[in-house]
Design a protein around this ligand. Structure first.
Ligand code: GDP
Length: 330
């Protein structure tokens, strides 16, 4: 049975990846941070299942700053594949907490590389980079050869980590690769990201809330895909013969305004009646348009996105409506 270890297993991508790997017959170890709350809503359906948890799925407490603990977990679990997804994942927040963003995302990745390099059996490593490394890009769409020009503390931290993964691959011959993922969403997306903020508000308003949804820049455009598709690309990357980086993207740009249209259409309302833009929520610096060219992933990995933005937003609204209805019934 192949053994995988996931950092960031409680996050959106970690939960989808765990489901994918379990369905492929893997034994999965996940690293979680100690928190006072024990609920882990995205993976509770797996950890509360007595037939999976403790036999094919195991959780371990560690922090990305905890090198000795991380090393001990790696030695004990002896993974064939490590998926490094953990980090401070919010671009806007990285302006408020730049030091800890760099500590977790940049130094955390370097620490992990150092641990992996010394293991008796060096596992394959997949690191989830980000389109934010391109910042204000020199070309569009961006490909694997586009130079990095990060424009946010988050982007700078990611660029450091992605470059370091490449350096370890070249210098030490490790099978260590970067998935340069563009924005990817799902019903499990964190509530502070704009798509989920919109779909939750649309669901609440549909069910009678009188609130006004306050947003930042709604002309902002992104290349948005479905997280379930992106974790499939990550797995495919580690099954290749040679270690290489890939852009994972849909190649289609849409604006926040379009997300508003799709979300409010899904509940039969006009977004214009419920939304206000708020200058206070504009970012100190924001990347305006990032669009990925995933033709290498299509060609070599045989990967392609299966869910378009309209369907994705509908899926998110439906899930948010169902959650609110269950809550009010209960
Ligand atoms: P990001 O691309 O990783 O930063 O993902 P987000 O979902 O946080 O933001 C996507 C885009 O939506 C950015 O250009 C934001 O500036 C823009 N945006 C507009 N209003 C909001 C808002 O209220 N919250 C967030 N998070 N983003 C917003």
């Amino acid at each position: 049975m192949p053994i995988a270890l996931i950092t960031g297993i409680t996050g959106q991508d970690g939960s989808y990846l765990t489901e994918l790997l379990l369905s492929k017959g893997y034994l999965v170890h996940g690293i979680v941070r100690r928190a006072s709350r024990t609920e882990r809503p995205r993976i509770d359906h797996l950890t509360l299942d007595g037939t999976i948890y403790g036999s094919r799925l195991f959780l371990h407490y560690a922090d990305l700053q905890d090198a000795t603990t991380l090393r001990r977990i790696m030695l004990k679990s002896a993974p064939d594949e490590v998926y490094h997804l953990a980090g401070q994942s919010h671009v806007g927040l990285s302006f408020e907490i730049p030091e800890s963003t760099c500590e977790f995302t940049a130094m955390g990745t370097l620490r992990l590389l150092e641990i992996l390099r010394d293991l008796p059996k060096v596992p394959r490593l997949l690191y989830v980079g980000s389109s934010e490394v391109f910042g204000n890009p020199v070309e569009s769409p961006q490909s694997e050869t586009t130079p990095f020009r990060p424009a946010t503390p988050y982007g700078v931290a990611k660029a450091f980590a992605v470059d370091m993964v490449r350096v370890y691959r070249q210098a030490f011959g490790m099978f260590a690769v970067n998935a340069l993922c563009y924005n990817h969403e799902s019903p499990r997306r964190g509530e502070s990201f704009v798509t989920r903020k919109i779909t939750r508000a649309a669901a609440r308003i549909k069910l009678g809330s009188k609130e006004t949804l306050k947003l930042g820049n709604i002309e902002s455009v992104r290349d948005w895909g479905f997280a379930g598709d992106y974790v499939d690309a990550m797995w495919r990357m580690l099954q290749q013969e040679t270690p290489e980086d890939f852009i994972i993207a849909t190649g289609r740009l849409s604006s926040v305004r379009q997300v508003l249209e799709y979300a409010f259409n899904a509940v039969g309302l006009r977004w214009q009646d419920h939304v206000q833009t708020d200058a206070g929520q504009f970012r100190a610096a924001d990347v305006q348009s990032l669009c990925g060219d995933a033709s290498k992933a299509r060609r070599i990995l045989g990967w392609q996105p299966t869910v378009d933005l309209v369907k994705l937003v509908e899926m998110m609204v439906e899930s948010d409506l169902a959650a609110l209805q269950t809550h009010s019934d209960g």
